[in-house]
Design a protein around this ligand. Sequence first.
Ligand code: UDP
Length: 244
Amino acid sequence: MQNNFDTVNVLGLDFIKASQTQFLDQLKRDSQTKARRFVVTANPEIVLAAKKDQKYAQTLKSADYITADGIGIIKGAKILGDPLPERVTGYDTLLALLSFANKHHKRVFFLGAKPAVLQQVLTKVATNYPAITIAGSCDGYFKDEAKVAEQIKKAEPDFVFVALGFPKQEFFIAKYQDLASAIWMGVGGSFDVLSGQTKRAPKWWIDHHLEWAYRLLKEPSRFIRMLALPKYLLLIYRKKYFKH
Ligand code: UDP
């Protein structure tokens, strides 16, 4: 990873010490200078997945920026004594970059999510961000990966948003990022939210750092995934008190 930000190590991953605004300013500069960038917005689940899978850890470490997506990362950094300024979420970053892309007539490639969700995203983008050129798109259930890569290359995008969920999206970006001098970002379930299929928590829940609880209420099937949170906190405390 090479960038201008100081970083904070949380269980093996280096998170940038940047506010949402500072990070967006950096990405906008990167975009205007046509730099190729790989952005990871990581939550505790991703941190745990990287601890378990060496290949995934290496892939994440090759990213240009890892941001703190989720209150768990902010809390973890604080407990470890090296706090991060604030959350820099994939969804907020995606919306801000779409506005930027609209203002500067950029080319955007949308990859991922179910076909119907992707269609709704494209319609929304065409309506709300009319100056964006939709350079190309492909839903996330493709068979021929090489063909998708070729499609991205031909599209010459300024931004590639990859909504395949982790770890797929990061593996995909790491493998193909050299095909376009673009900002490549894994955005997880953001297309589902953007399309209106999944509702983001109301502001009160977000402000009280309870977005995770809201999601759990709406999608109880996420319970197993959420067991990652207490496990993550245990590892944080182990690191704090036993230094390993
Ligand atoms: N997805 C996809 N292809 C796949 C697996 C998942 O396009 O092979 C999409 C899925 O439709 C959803 C997103 O990836 O839009 C993952 O959402 P999830 O909420 O699991 O992501 P998270 O934000 O938790 O990483």
